[in-house]
Design a protein. Sequence first.
Length: 223
Amino acid sequence: MRKILVADDEERMRRLVCDFLKREGYSTLEAANGKEALSIMEEDPSICLVILDVMMPEYDGWAVCREIRRNSSVPVIMLTARGEETDELFGFELGADEYVSKPFSPQVLMARVNAILRRTNAVGRSLQSWPGLEIDTEARYVRIDGELINLSPKEYELLVYMAENEGRALSRDQILNAVWDYNFFGDPRTVDTHIKKLRLKMGKRGEYIQTVRGVGYRFEVES
């Protein structure tokens, strides 16, 4: 089942939205405030869409959306009682995909949800897999032997970059410039440190990241 997070401080509204989502065949998670929403997002990277109320305690919807966009491209629908055009523009600037003003028809909200997920799938969920390893670059999760593993953003980006260049020997400078996204002037051993942590988290699948003496590293899976 595709999993959707509903974050709203009004329990009645959360239950209403979740009930309609379940009727459409989705699995749901609930958060009563912004802090709880971010915690759930961090713990469960398989969430495929987030529905956020703007006015929430702890962190409001704007702050949550901003934080989600630091590490994830998961679709976000903002819910708000305010219908000002400036608010909508602000939401889109933060990276929201849709903006729905309260009160709203649950059927209309479900239509928006379905449309966003169809659009996401049309663009193409990038699911790559090797024996014992699965990377979903749309939902930003990694499974090792069927189990989700918790990677830091840089560890995740490092694994994706290496997997996308399967079979190529990559120098530390190439990895630094691609993953750290700038001309890195620090210690190149930063790559070695992240590779070591990544291999450890990958368990026996860590052998897919091979050391190329005098060059750097290569992602390769023996056929």
